[in-house]
Design a protein around this ligand. Structure first.
Ligand SMILES: [Zn+2]
Length: 215
């Protein structure tokens, strides 16, 4: 799982900002291009945050098919052109923030908890991690965002069929339902140009406070 955190970003999604530049969604490259093409959105220049409509984007971010494009950038090849894939687009009209929730899944629990045991703060790698029901299922605990945490196999075994109080294994952070922005921050493959809109703050609140128990 270490690889997942360090893998270079390959743009397979586009960050969508509403009219006031609040991140509200991610979308596919196809849908992102289509929104811009239909004039529902403009592309944010990843270098200087200028806004481009489709034609302007072709003016600054299209090359002949024979040109060599930077390897760390994502370019879409058409029959005659290569077009740089936008990383961020801004909607022209929509001003709201739709209520969105991150899907409840094993993978997203791992992401929320940063692949880190919530009891001992260790990161032993995915093979040695498990999902713990804070209040055990046998005691009426639910399988939900606020009752599931990542625990290393060792802590999970030690805790057994007990509550954290009974096991004297305090949770430094209450499990929570991540917001959409948390989810974007957890997207892991976040390109640098997204950093202006999401990332730092969300990442910080997601970091587990150091317990001082683990080096
Ligand atoms: Zn642990």
């Amino acid at each position: 799982m270490e690889g997942e955190h360090t893998k270079a970003y390959m743009a397979d999604s586009i960050l969508v900002l509403n009219k006031t530049w609040t991140p509200i969604a991610t979308t596919t490259i196809k849908r992102g291009f289509s929104l811009v093409f239909q004039d529902h959105a403009r592309i944010v220049d990843p270098e200087n945050y200028d806004l481009h409509d489709f034609d302007r984007w072709l003016g600054v971010a299209a090359l002949p098919i024979s040109a060599i494009v930077p390897e760390n950038e994502h370019w879409l090849k058409t029959a005659s052109l290569q077009i740089r894939v936008p990383e961020v687009i801004v909607l022209n009209k929509f001003n709201g923030v739709p209520r969105r929730e991150l899907t409840f899944s094993r993978r997203n629990i791992y992401r929320r908890d940063n692949f880190q045991c919530q009891y001992c703060a260790n990161r032993p790698g995915l093979k040695h991690l498990s999902i713990d029901h804070v209040i055990p299922l046998s005691r009426g605990g639910r399988t939900s965002w606020d009752n599931c945490v990542v625990a290393c196999v060792r802590c999970n075994t030690r805790k057994g069929d007990r509550t954290p109080e009974e096991a004297k294994m305090a949770l430094p952070r209450r499990p929570f339902r991540p917001s959409f922005n948390d989810g974007v921050a957890l997207g892991i493959f976040v390109p640098a140009s997204w950093g202006r809109f999401v990332g730092r703050v969300q990442r910080e609140i997601l970091e587990l406070p150091s317990t001082g128990l683990i080096e």
